[in-house]
Ligand binder design. Structure first.
Ligand SMILES: [Zn+2]
Length: 258
C-alpha cells in the first residue's frame, strides 16, 4: 500500500494527498460501519416486531376491559328487568279484572322478551372476550419468539462491537490525525460525499484508451476533460466529479479502464 501511496502522492498536491490518506482510513471505518449496520438493522426489526406485539396485547386488553364493562352494565339491566318481571307477576295475582290481568301479562311478557335480548347480548360479549383472550395468548407466544430473537441479535451486536473496539478506536484516532491538515470547507465536502457514498469520497481518474487523452471518473464513468486532469496534476486544487460528487485524483500512471 505504501508504494502505491507514494506513487499517487508523486502527482498529488498536499491537500489531495491528505484527503487520500483520510480516504484510506475512511473506507476501513465505512466497511466496519456497513457490517455493523446489517446487525443493527436486525436488532431494530426484532425490536419493532416486539413493540408491535406489545401494542397489540395492550389494545386487546383494553378491548376486553371495555367488553367486561358492557357486560357489567348489561347484567345490571337484566337484574332490574327481572325485578320488574317479579313485580308484574305479583300484580297479576292482585288483578281485579280480566282486562287489567291481560294488560299486566302483556307488559310482563314484553319485559321478559327484552330481558332475554339483553341476556343474549351478555353472552355475545362473553364470547367476544373469550376470543380476545385467545388472541392475547397467541400474541404473547409471538412476543416470546421476538423477544428471544431480539436478545440473540443484541448479543451479536455487542459481540461485534467488542471484536472491533480496538480497531475502531485506532481508526477514529487515525482519522482525527488525517483531518488535522485539511481545511474545514474541504473536509466538510469530503465528509458530505463520504456519508452519501459509504465512505467512498474520492475517485481516481481513469484513462479510457492508452493512446487517447480520454478520461473518466472511475466512480461513475462520467467523462473528465483533459483540462481537469491537467489541473489535478499541476495544482493543489479540489475537483469534484459533476455527476457523483466524488473528489477526483490522478495516479502517476493513469489506469486504463475496461
Ligand atoms: Zn463520478
Amino acid at each position: 500500500m505504501f508504494r502505491r501511496l507514494a506513487c499517487i502522492i508523486s502527482v498529488m498536491g498536499e491537500t489531495l494527498e491528505a484527503l487520500h490518506r483520510l480516504q484510506v482510513v475512511e473506507l476501513q471505518i465505512a466497511e466496519i460501519r456497513s457490517q455493523r449496520d446489517v446487525i443493527q438493522r436486525r436488532v431494530e426489526v426484532h425490536r419493532k416486531r416486539l413493540q408491535q406485539a406489545n401494542d397489540r396485547v395492550e389494545e386487546l386488553q383494553v378491548s376486553a376491559r371495555r367488553k367486561q364493562m358492557d357486560i357489567d352494565a348489561l347484567s345490571l339491566d337484566v337484574s332490574s328487568r327481572e325485578e320488574s318481571v317479579a313485580k308484574h307477576r305479583e300484580a297479576l295475582n292482585n288483578a281485579k279484572t280480566n282486562k287489567e290481568y291481560s294488560a299486566i301479562l302483556a307488559a310482563m311478557n314484553a319485559e321478559k322478551a327484552d330481558s332475554g335480548k339483553v341476556e343474549s347480548q351478555v353472552l355475545e360479549r362473553m364470547e367476544e372476550i373469550q376470543s380476545t383472550n385467545n388472541e392475547v395468548a397467541q400474541v404473547e407466544e409471538e412476543k416470546k419468539v421476538h423477544s428471544d430473537a431480539l436478545a440473540v441479535a443484541e448479543e451479536k451486536l455487542a459481540a461485534f462491537d467488542e471484536r472491533h473496539k480496538k480497531e475502531t478506536n485506532r481508526l477514529t484516532k487515525d482519522r482525527k490525525e488525517c483531518e488535522s491538515g485539511i481545511a474545514p470547507t474541504t473536509l466538510s465536502s469530503f465528509n458530505r460525499v463520504a456519508d452519501h457514498l459509504e465512505g467512498e469520497a474520492m475517485a481516481v481518474v481513469g484513462k479510457v484508451h492508452p493512446k487517447r487523452d480520454e478520461y473518466v471518473c472511475t466512480g461513475c464513468n462520467l467523462k473528465i476533460s483533459l483540462e481537469i486532469v491537467n489541473i489535478l496534476q499541476s495544482r493543489d486544487e479540489i475537483q469534484m466529479c459533476k455527476c457523483c460528487g466524488r473528489i477526483l485524483y490522478v495516479e502517476s500512471s493513469i489506469v486504463k479502464t475496461p
